[in-house]
Design a protein around this ligand. Structure first.
Ligand code: GAL
Length: 659
């Protein structure tokens, strides 16, 4: 067990939120810290959008107000997750250097007046950000209240890609690094298709708006580049912090399954993984979605605890209709994060803004008197309860199942001009995740090229793009006794988006014991019937003609042109088993296929509990914590270890189990 996330600096579950004192007169700060103490707040994210107050003009820094806030927090024993404040450049920067403003693929420039209006490649932005971080780190880098640094904020959230000339030049430098020669680039991008062969590096552009589909290999490289360009911005900040504020961990807040950034790469450069989670209370799948995000965050950090950096206490302001969390729902979803490995529960934001675009976004402290606010009462209750959870800090989750999730494959899969536009990555992931969530099997996420030997079962939902090494690794995994479940349209292209020839799915044919003769995607809204043993089901989105070559058929198509043909197969390969799904089975069918795979692989549920109850176990040094989360609107009795635990609607119990 690793011990608390922030060590002796803060040996408790982190509890707090984004704090924007610059939006309030100083008189309010005193009330802020009084209420923070009442709620058990032990850390705040400070200064995230304070650049224009910290540096009101190019050659003037004003730290005095920030000094006073920090001293006040310190006196009250509240630690700092101190922002580098680079997320929203001040008006003077873009006024002086309009070339730092980002440009969309169609040439439209984005103007200041919101936030995050910078081109990630802009030297003006980068230099100004480094100067600010240097000043911040010089001033506060060794402050006793400083517990961690918060670099930027939600990198790429509003501007994941810029297409300006500065970005174009940066892209060309990046391409030279990646491909070496122009000849290699022409090969990698398949430029003999549609007369796209380049004769000079200067001819190369980002995939700006074109008359029809831009080159897919170019688009894929641009996705990689954009993730890397933002990562360079983060790295520039991290380097300054490492030098001027040694030993203080650095994080930047992720956004669940955020497509533009390859978080595997990013997480490698973070000391702590943190995430922002905004479930829609009106979404019946909200709890599954946040469970899935939590499992991703834990996995990105290699199993280490992570921080729920932002969630809303109740309503957000950015959906067409901003439904409030039901009583108990904020507490329940906070515990869900802790159950799935978070050692910190934080909010956006501490005090509800009076002006600006987010004034109707709920906060821990509402516009009205806190005493009468049910949200505030729930915040205070949660803060008090979490004080009893020091023992949970550092404990781990042991998972026997891994779901493969790869950003590059996601990007490539969703490029246009595929057999069907109905196939996208997240619904594929969810079709695997949902039955596991409902059965209380807690999976990790893994990269296709990872060492998977610790897992009994590996799930590969449409791994469209795969490198040679990862493909060989999957075969070795099964050969050595692992169980693999793989979906259609896997192993189709290499890392350049070039089709792997010789019959689909070329790198997996032997492992799966079959060949795919043709893709037969289903028309929108149509399904195909399936027979799985003695049950019937439906396939969605996709079907294909599979010829077994060693695999046995465990389910067949039972309608349409593929009637009688294999829909699900199983193949013994070496000491292991590989399943193949030639369609996306409906939920119940998927649940039965995965239940069989779990049984075969010896994977068990965390606990046997009534439907609607989520059970997750965190393992500490001297015993474990069984989290029971009732997502239903009605109370329920849960039998555990010979006793019965009563849970009210949207209620939580944590059972200590000693080993
Ligand atoms: C996040 C952001 C916060 C706040 C919040 C509102 O995306 O990091 O600053 O805007 O959304 O839900």
């Amino acid at each position: 067990m690793a011990g608390p996330l922030l060590g002796a600096r803060l040996p408790h579950v982190l509890f707090g939120g984004d704090y924007s004192p610059e939006q309030w007169p100083e008189g309010v700060w005193e009330e802020d810290v009084r209420l923070m103490r009442e709620a058990g707040v032990n850390i705040v994210s400070l200064g995230i959008f304070s650049w224009s107050r910290i540096q009101p003009s190019p050659d003037r820094f004003d730290f005095e107000w920030l000094d006073r806030v920090i001293e006040l927090l310190h006196e009250n024993d509240i630690r700092l997750d101190l922002a580098t404040a680079t997320a929203s450049p001040p008006p003077w920067l873009s006024h002086r250097h309009p070339a730092m403003l980002p440009v969309l693929a169609d040439g439209v420039r984005l103007w200041p007046g919101g936030r995050q209006h910078y081109c990630p490649s802009s030297p003006f932005y980068r230099d100004a950000a480094v100067a600010l971080v240097t000043a911040m780190a010089n001033r506060y880098g060794r402050h006793p209240a400083l517990a961690m640094w918060h670099a930027g904020n939600e990198y790429g959230c509003h501007v994941p890609a810029c297409y300006c000339d500065v970005s174009a030049a940066h892209f060309r430098r990046w391409l030279r690094e990646r491909h070496g020669t122009l000849e290699e680039l022409n090969r990698a991008w398949g430029t003999d298709f549609w007369s796209q062969r380049y004769s000079d590096w200067e001819e190369i552009l980002p995939p700006r708006q074109t008359p029809t589909w831009p080159n897919p290999s170019q688009q894929l490289d641009y996705r990689r580049f954009c993730s890397d360009a933002l990562l360079e911005c983060y790295e520039l900040e991290r380097r300054v912090l490492a030098e001027l504020s040694p030993g203080i961990p650095v994080t930047t807040n992720f956004m669940r399954f955020f497509k533009p950034l390859d978080y595997w790469k990013w997480a490698d450069r973070e000391d702590i993984v943190s995430d922002d989670v905004y479930q829609d209370p009106a979404d019946p799948d909200a709890a599954m979605g946040s469970a899935m995000a939590a499992d991703l965050m834990r996995s990105l950090g290699g199993g280490r605890p992570w921080i729920l950096m932002e969630q809303t206490p109740s309503r957000v302001n950015w959906r067409p209709v901003n439904v409030a969390k039901a009583p108990g729902q904020m507490r329940l979803w906070s515990y869900q994060a802790v159950a799935r490995g978070a050692d910190g529960v934080m909010f956006f934001q501490w005090r509800q803004s009076r002006a600006g675009a987010e004034k109707f976004h709920s906060a821990m402290v509402p516009h009205g008197p806190p005493e009468t606010s049910p949200t505030w009462r729930e915040v205070v209750r949660l803060g008090r309860e979490l004080r009893e959870f020091d023992g949970v800090c550092g404990s781990r989750i042991h998972s026997a199942v891994a779901i493969l999730h790869d950003w590059e494959s996601w990007w490539a899969l969703e490029l246009p001009s595929k057999p069907t536009a109905l196939l996208s990555h997240l619904p594929q992931l969810e079709s695997y995740y949902r039955p596991l969530f409902e059965a209380n099997v807690v999976p990790d996420f893994a990269r296709p090229g990872d060492d998977l030997s610790a897992y009994s079962l590996v799930l590969a939902p449409s791994l469209y793009l795969v490198g040679d090494g990862a493909a060989a690794g999957l075969a070795r995994y099964v050969d050595a006794g692992g169980t693999l479940v793989m979906s259609f349209f896997s192993g189709i292209v290499d890392e350049f988006e070039h089709v792997r020839l010789g019959g689909y799915p070329a790198p997996f044919r032997e492992l799966l014991g079959l060949r795919v003769e043709d893709f037969l995607p289903l028309p929108q809204g149509e399904t195909v019937d399936l027979v799985l043993g003695d049950r019937r089901g439906r396939g969605e989105i996709w079907s294909e003609l599979v010829t077994p070559a060693g695999a046995e058929t465990v389910a067949r198509f039972s309608s349409g042109g593929l009637q009688g043909q294999p829909a699900v197969t199983r193949h013994r390969f070496g000491r292991g088993t590989a399943y193949y799904l030639a369609t996306r089975p409906d939920g119940a069918s998927m649940a039965s296929i995965l239940a069989e795979a779990c049984r075969g692989a010896g994977v068990e549920a965390v606990a046997s509990v009534p439907a609607g109850v989520e059970a997750v176990r965190r393992q500490g040094d001297d015993g474990s914590f069984l989290f029971l989360l009732n997502h239903a609107d009605a109370g329920v009795e849960v039998p555990v270890g010979g006793q019965r635990v009563s849970l009210g609607p949207r209620d939580v119990a944590v059972v200590r189990e000693t080993s």
